[in-house]
Design a protein around this ligand. Structure first.
Ligand SMILES: Nc1ncnc2c1ncn2[C@@H]1O[C@H](COP(=O)(O)OP(=O)(O)OP(=O)(O)O)[C@@H](O)[C@H]1O
Ligand SMILES: [Mg+2]
Length: 385
């Protein structure tokens, strides 16, 4: 089946005085896996519900393919949804749970007319083949005779997915579908889901508040905050070129450090004064700072791009060492998140656990100058666009 594009065009949804989704314009390619991510309450579910037809937009238009669906009832939109609290029919066996939607659609008007037995039988065989094919795909063939209460959480999740997939919809909507699973099963199901989506090639919009999940799943990620789309891009784009300080600190763990800096001129070139340290800047950044000498900017640096003198890779372009005092060490197995005090500011550096640091130690920090991010302190927008 041909995959369809999905477009939100300046879509707004208000609930009384709450603006749940604010002027959302988002284009999703046919067959694309798009992840909507953002903190709780940012409007993700509302966006999906409008696409599914369960809420009407207050303003704007939604398209599936070339068709504006604003006036199309939910059942005619050809969308399948998997929600966090997917409800399986408890009294039906797995087989019937999966077949149910197909039967409703295919047997409509046939089953009830007892004159069409042969046709009903052909349809039943078609449904059976389809249910078994999807069950095999999701590795639940052995469970078709069981009731939902006889399944593990992960198995139930896969039955819910099977029920959505079996209908061969134009668009899949998934709203935190893995959140009921334990961490290991979630990782495993997530990987399966990604493979499955690639194989089926059905346009998919997947909602999560978990930025890690977004990064691993999405071909592209749409980051939302307070109903407003902040940035759309590949995982690499939103990670390496965040559009603003919100995206910079939302994507990536621990979050990007943001430091206030004064732009000054040093040996004829712009430099950054952070506390008592003066950082030279590379040419790529210097261009952005020339017009801002004498002003303040926000400097972003990821915890992964800060080193102590003993840890830097040989090709890193490093700042002069800046003394810092270790405040807290958070172990994470192979690495430590080290909270540091520098000139009264706090920074988090992610260091290999093989480097022994103790609380109270003084260490010499070096920043990877190539990976500095610069933001306007008033708007939070990147200066690098
Ligand atoms: N039916 C409703 N009536 C009133 N306000 C609503 C309604 N549905 C959602 N909202 C509000 O709209 C905003 C967006 O809600 P939405 O459920 O879309 O957020 P979300 O991003 O899915 O959050 P979460 O990650 O917690 O699921 C919230 O402020 C919420 O309180
Ligand atoms: Mg939600």
């Amino acid at each position: 089946m041909k995959a369809e594009s999905v477009r939100f065009e300046k879509v707004t949804k208000r609930f009384g005085s709450v603006v749940a989704v604010n002027q959302l314009t988002l284009h999703i390619q046919p067959g694309e896996f798009m992840v909507l991510v953002g903190p709780s309450g940012c409007g993700k579910t509302t966006a999906l519900r409008m696409l599914a037809g369960l809420e009407d937009p207050t303003e704007g238009k939604i398209y599936i393919g070339e068709r504006c669906v604003n006036e199309v009832p939910p059942r005619d939109r050809d969308i399948a949804m998997v929600f966090q609290n997917y409800a399986l029919y408890p009294h039906m066996r797995v087989y019937d749970n999966i077949a149910f939607g197909l039967r409703l659609r295919e047997l409509k008007g046939v089953l009830w007319q007892l004159t069409h037995w042969s046709e009903a039988r052909a349809i039943r065989q078609r449904i059976d083949a389809r249910v078994r094919q999807v069950a095999q795909m999701l590795e639940i063939e052995g469970l078709l005779h069981r009731l939902p209460k006889e399944l593990s959480g992960g198995q139930r999740q896969r039955v819910a997915l099977a029920r959505a997939i079996v209908r061969q919809p134009k668009v899949f909507l998934m709203d935190e579908p893995l959140s009921n699973l334990d961490a290991k099963l979630r990782d495993q199901t997530r990987a399966e889901l990604k493979k499955l989506q690639e194989r089926l090639g059905v346009t998919t919009i997947y909602v999560t508040h978990d930025q890690k999940e977004a990064m691993t799943l999405g071909a592209r990620i749409a980051v939302m905050k307070d109903g407003v789309l902040q940035q759309v891009g590949t995982p690499e784009e939103v990670y390496f070129r965040p559009a603003n300080t919100f995206v910079a600190t939302f994507i990536g763990t621990p979050p990007m450090n943001l430091l206030s800096a004064q732009v000054l001129e040093h040996a004829g070139k712009p430099a950054l004064q952070i506390g008592s340290a003066t950082l030279p800047v590379l040419e790529c950044h210097a261009q952005k700072l020339r017009t801002r000498v004498g002003q303040r900017v926000l400097v972003g640096i990821r915890p992964q791009d800060i080193y102590t003198d003993r840890t830097a890779p040989p090709d890193a372009i490093l700042s002069e060492p800046v003394p810092a005092v270790v405040d807290v060490v958070e172990p994470h197995g192979d690495r430590n998140d080290v909270h540091l005090l520098v000139d009264g500011a706090t920074l988090i550096a992610q260091l290999s656990a093989r480097i022994k640091v103790n609380e109270g130690d003084t260490v010499a920090l070096q920043l990877h100058l190539e990976y500095l991010h610069l933001f306007d302190p008033a708007t939070g927008e990147t200066l690098e666009a």
